[in-house]
Write a protein that binds this ligand. Structure first.
Ligand code: S3P
Length: 182
């Protein structure tokens, strides 16, 4: 019998609720919650936005990949990843073999509305394209959906669900599949 996983990765675009759901889930499981972006900020002493400004997106992606490698060895952890973690193929492979990967998806309009009203946006969310706004969200979701789907063992549409409901669905999935590898 395979050992049940003791590591959960939440993936999905900005505004999907990864950080909120990770906290709720970690509380329910008695595991630790780790936010990958917050880890990068702690390690470098710099905000995500200033890393993008100084080192460009590729500099940030490098730090993100190094951080993911470290987090992928944590036990009893729920890990909220950054929305772009799936851009690099090596990250996608590492995610798939390191734990249960859950994709929190929603329509771009919903993601954009949530992001626009999140106070962390100014500090943590540099522009990713010259499009900005809803158009940027639509293009990012169109580009990345296949990668999120390729990594995930479980996909949850969060559009009309509270973070509590999403956390509960993940707990039920864990209970149902307790003896299967993820
Ligand atoms: C990014 C998402 C952000 C952060 C960085 C890049 C992306 O994380 O990692 O600004 O490329 O989608 P959140 O998904 O937590 O906002």
């Amino acid at each position: 019998m395979m050992r049940p996983t003791d590591r959960i990765f939440l993936i999905g675009a900005r505004g999907a609720g990864k950080t909120t759901v990770a906290s709720l889930l970690a509380d329910r499981l008695g595991w630790r919650m780790v936010d990958a972006d917050a880890e990068i900020e702690r390690q470098t002493g710099c905000s995500i936005r200033s890393i993008f400004e100084r080192e460009g997106e590729s500099g940030f992606r490098q730090l993100e990949a190094e951080t993911l490698r470290r987090l992928a060895s944590f036990s009893r952890a729920v890990i909220a990843t950054g929305g772009g973690v799936v851009v690099r193929p090596e990250n996608r492979e590492l995610l798939r073999r390191s734990g249960l990967v859950v994709w929190l998806r929603a329509e771009p309009e919903v993601l954009w509305r949530r992001m626009d009203t999140d106070p962390r946006t100014a500090e943590q969310r540099p522009a990713l394209t010259s499009l900005g706004g809803l158009e940027e969200m639509q293009s990012i979701v169109a580009q990345r959906s296949k990668w999120y789907s390729e990594c995930a063992s479980l996909t949850i549409d969060t559009s009309a669900r509270s973070p509590q409901d999403v956390a509960q669905m993940i707990l039920e999935f864990l209970a149902r599949t307790a003896n299967e590898p993820h």
